[in-house]
Design a protein around this ligand. Structure first.
Ligand code: NOJ
Length: 949
């Protein structure tokens, strides 16, 4: 009798355990430390040697003044050769001045032995950056070139030793090679290499010349049972970057670490390892750790009261980042900062990448939102998802068959819980051969999908990038025949183990492989799918159970003869992009794709959503979801979420309820569970937890108009939907590291409860405006910490005074069912009794918004008068008009004015045709006023509502 899939997995896990190569529990020893990763060790040693020499150390890198070329008018760049005087090697440097306070710094080897990998930009950037010439150049100093960008910004290149300073108001805010750790390992042959020697004292006191420890890993390195043959020898690039006067740096997802990144060397509470960026599938990953996880975005932002600035280290090879914080006296440039007597902290970072070229962008803000705009204008803004994608998703490994899927669907209705999408994990396939259906379990997938569709619901099916090597599998046959797989250095397909057993991995670096992959999502190829089926793309780090660090050997070969080492962190992005493009183009008229990817790199925001991977169903993991998603947003990848209520383990009902309450306020909201866990669909828990969870789901649906507007804003500007507190209140130093509360957009503050049996919590209320309880509308006139009640049924969440927030209150079963529902406008008054807010609406699925088919309305409450204006009025395209017409029947059915201390004499609706008195009720206890059914349009701003107090 054949084994069931479940049995096969267990046999497989058992087999791997016997052979001892799969991480079947969190094993830190499966992943390298810096000292086990040759180039990281070499560059840390380089830094240590430099630091040990102190003032006697001088970086050997200098600009060759004769080679300096300034070309301001046309291309706005400086080029020069840099010489490594110790090695007598030349490098090219180019500084390009770009629009919007951005500068690009590129360095490559001059005349390398063979080309270095520099094909990353085409996959990472959305367009060629636009240059903008500096205003002037100052060459009056011998050892310096000063580029004056504008009235407040300058770039100073010091020639020897080479150093680049970025100045704002005459103070250096970012310095490259501040500490002289710049180290560009040139390509060499083993024969020509002269090992670095040092003197070592023997026990008997004699001195002996021995090789420097950095030599050990130049030509070959071993890790556990693997040997990396490193045919190209050393080729790393490292640079130190100081953020002068900044005590906080953020970003570089993905780590299960703090929002404000920790020190990694010395310091109190510091990690001992650098933050690592190397996409890996870490089983039961540790919390509060700089270990690399599934995704890698080498983009960091620094923030202080008056300024935010950032850097994007565009290199997709394995990368490590050391962080230390020093006081001003240690850093000469920090002295330039005018902070009076106050101690100035500078954050010094040290970036180390294994291969490629140096390609760095510096963003000078001045705000954190500006830095994100600058970054996403290069790497792309987050795609606008289909409306359903921001509803609730119900997943589990696995819904076992068609009946199971339809029963779960039915139960949500029975228990009156809204949801939009049900998911199928790997067991729906025949032996994990993706693009196939196990018809014994799913006899008629199309019929099942139609049934879901009838309720406006969607199905997501998983398709991983590992392809089972099986002769009866057409996808394999084609890829094998046409050489679409990543190759071994000796030729032939690379093979490894994953869910299906022996597998190979498509080489997504090859454009023709991407085209082929995309074609597989056509409805006639992926038979059994239709338009309401979307894709989950998992294990694309790539996860390889019997590979070093559970991934691909670095010496494997991609299209163009590039070693995997060069582009490891790009692999997940490329497979994500190809999958997304396949889904986008499977219909005659392309539709916005929905793809969830586990792995990502800079630019992934253009292709869909990601999640924080295999978390645990415990309280600490719930708390960790916040800094992880916030850091992802600061990395330009805001459509992120954590498995609710934790993937591994069986959550108690309290944790489940608290996690659902939190998920409501996080961008990607999906329930998911490991195959060995007990069933835990939200309707299965007992009361009162079931009702609490139902209430949470309904809150999410009520806020969908606000969420969708935030997704639109992110698509336009790069500003994340879920924001760290400091992004909205950049002046309040006490919240710069705050990660246990956050903002959804600029209008809602949330403080999830992440500890057991908690009934109250301290919330920090920033700003001078009042806040209003999301449920009771009770105003809070307080600046700073305040203890608030948080019984089980309540998550502390507040509207910000001065904002208008759109909601839809009617409980429905899915977002599709809400398309023509009326709106409620929550008007949260500021101290001057003003408020404003926006609402974005479109058809929720097509690209017609690109041609103007959308409505974008701005609501303003000022001096007792509520009006609106169309933000899309300018281009009142035919599409916009048609859409407005379609939506004109959609009305506002309720207004809530929060923070009004008197009851009005009358409230009137004024239109061209009529003046109407509107009914209202005043709730003195919470100072709120409710107006029932003003029946005004949210897209045609031909009305005014007047409140006479
Ligand atoms: C690993 C993913 O992280 C998890 O979410 C999924 O359930 C399993 N792979 C099985 O596909």
């Amino acid at each position: 009798m054949p084994f069931s899939s479940r049995q096969r997995i267990h046999l497989y896990l058992l087999g791997l355990l016997l052979f001892g190569s799969l991480a079947s529990a969190m094993k830190t020893e499966d992943f390298k430390t810096c000292s086990q990763s040759g180039f990281c060790q070499r560059n840390r040693l380089y830094a240590d040697d430099a630091a040990a020499l102190g003032d006697a150390f001088r970086s050997p890198y200098a600009v060759d003044a004769d080679s300096l070329h300034l070309s301001l008018e046309d291309t706005a760049h400086i080029t020069a050769d840099i010489i490594n005087k110790n090695a007598d090697k030349r490098f090219t440097m180019a500084l390009t001045f770009l629009q919007d306070n951005t500068v690009r710094v590129q360095m490559n080897e001059k005349d390398p032995l063979h080309p270095r990998f520099d094909a990353h930009a085409a996959h990472t950037l959305v367009k060629a950056p636009v240059a903008q010439a500096p205003q002037a150049v100052d060459r009056t100093q011998d050892n310096q070139v000063t580029m004056i960008l504008d009235a407040s910004r300058k770039v100073i290149v010091t020639l020897e030793p080479v150093k680049v300073d970025f100045l704002v108001n005459d103070a250096s805010v970012i310095t490259l090679n501040d500490r002289g750790f710049f180290n560009f390992e040139h390509l060499r042959t083993k024969e020509s290499h002269k090992p670095k020697m040092i003197q070592q004292q023997n026990d008997d006191g004699t001195l002996e010349d021995v090789q420097h420890a950095a030599e050990d890993t130049m030509w070959e390195e071993t890790f556990k049972s693997w040997t990396d043959p490193k045919p190209n020898g050393p080729e790393s690039i490292a640079l130190d970057i100081s953020f002068n006067g900044f005590s906080h740096v953020y970003g570089i997802p993905e780590h299960a670490s703090t929002l404000s990144l920790k020190e990694t060397r010395g310091g109190d509470n510091a990690y001992t390892e650098p933050y690592r960026l190397y996409n890996t599938d870490v089983f039961e990953y540790a919390l509060d750790s700089p270990t690399s996880l599934y995704g890698a975005i080498p983009f960091m932002t620094a923030h202080r009261k008056d300024l935010s600035a950032g850097i994007f280290w565009m290199n997709p090879s394995e990368t490590w980042i050391d962080i230390v914080k020093t006081k001003s006296s240690k850093n000469s440039l920090a002295k330039l900062l005018d902070f009076g007597k106050k101690e100035v902290t500078t954050t010094q970072t040290h970036w180390m990448s294994e291969a490629g070229v140096l390609d760095l962008f510096v963003f000078l803000g001045p705000t954190a939102k500006d830095v994100l705009r600058q970054y996403t204008s290069l790497t792309g803004t987050p795609a606008l998802p289909q409306q359903f994608a921001i509803g609730y998703h119900q997943c589990r490994w696995n819904y076992i068959n068609q009946k199971d899927v339809l029963e779960v669907d039915q139960k949500f209705d029975e228990f009156e819980m809204p949801y939009d999408v049900i998911w199928l994990d790997i067991e729906y396939t025949v032996e994990k051969k993706y693009f196939t259906w196990d018809n014994t379990k799913f006899p008629d997938p199309i019929a099942m999908e139609k049934q879901l569709d009838d309720k406006g619901r969607q199905l997501v099916a998983i398709v991983d990038p590992h392809i089972k090597r099986a002769d009866d599998f057409p996808v394999f046959e084609v890829a094998n025949k046409d050489h679409y797989f990543v190759q071994k250095p000796t030729g032939g397909d690379y093979e490894g183990w994953c869910w299906p057993g022996q597998s190979s991995w498509p080489d997504f670096f090859d454009p023709k492989v991407c085209q082929w992959w995309q074609s597989l999502f056509a409805f006639d190829k992926f038979v059994g799918t239709r338009e309401n089926v979307h894709i989950w793309h998992d294990m694309n780090e790539p996860s390889i159970f019997n590979g070093p660090e559970i991934t691909m050997q670095k010496e494997m070969i991609h299209h163009g003869n590039w070693e995997h080492r060069n582009l490891h962190n790009l692999y997940g992005l490329l497979s994500f992009a190809a999958t997304s493009e396949g889904v986008r183009t499977r219909t005659k008229v392309p539709k916005r794709p929905f793809v969830l990817s586990r792995s990502f790199y800079a630019g992934a925001q253009r292709y869909g959503a990601v999640w924080t991977g295999d978390n645990m169903a415990d309280w600490d993991s719930l708390a960790m979801s916040m800094p992880m998603i916030l850091s992802s947003g600061l990395g330009g990848m805001p459509f992120n979420g954590a498995d609710v209520p934790g993937f591994f383990g069986n959550p108690g009902p309290e944790l489940l309820a608290r996690w659902y309450q939190t998920g409501v306020f996080q961008p990607f909201f999906r329930g998911h569970a490991h195959i060995d866990t007990k069933r835990r669909e939200p309707y299965l828990v007992d009361e009162p937890y079931r009702s609490i969870t139902r209430k949470a789901l309904r809150t999410r649906y009520a806020l969908l108009p606000y969420w969708y507007t935030l997704f639109y804003d992110a698509f336009k500007t790069g500003t994340p939907m879920m924001r760290p507190m400091f992004m909205e209140f950049p002046q309040e130093e006490q919240i710069f590291a705050m990660e246990d509360q956050f903002m959804v957009g600029d209008s809602i503050l949330v403080k999830p409860i992440t500890t057991e049996q908690t009934t109250s919590t301290d919330v920090y209320f920033p700003g001078e405006q009042p806040w209003y309880d999301l449920e009771t509308y009770q105003p809070i006139y307080h600046h700073g910490y305040r203890t608030v009640d948080a019984p089980l049924e309540k998550i502390p969440a507040y509207y910000r005074g001065g904002r208008i927030i759109p909601r839809r209150e009617r409980p429905r079963r899915s977002s599709a069912a809400m398309a023509l529902d009326p709106f409620t406008l929550m008007i949260a008054l500021d101290k001057k009794s003003n408020a404003e807010g926006t609402l974005y609406l479109d058809d929720g699925e097509s690209y017609d918004y690109e041609a103007g088919t959308f409505a974008h309305t701005h609501f303003v409450y000022n001096k007792g008068i509520l009006t609106c204006d169309s933000l899309h009025a300018d281009g009142a395209s035919a599409g916009a008009q048609a859409f407005a017409k379609k939506m004109s029947s959609v009305r506002v059915e309720r207004l809530v004015l929060m923070g009004t201390h008197r009851q009005p004499n009358r409230v009137q609706l004024l239109t061209k045709q009529t003046t109407l008195d509107l009914a209202f009720s005043y709730h003195e206890a919470v100072s709120s006023l409710e107006i029932r059914d003003p029946a005004v349009s949210v897209v045609e701003c031909d009305w005014t509502i007047r409140f006479d107090f």
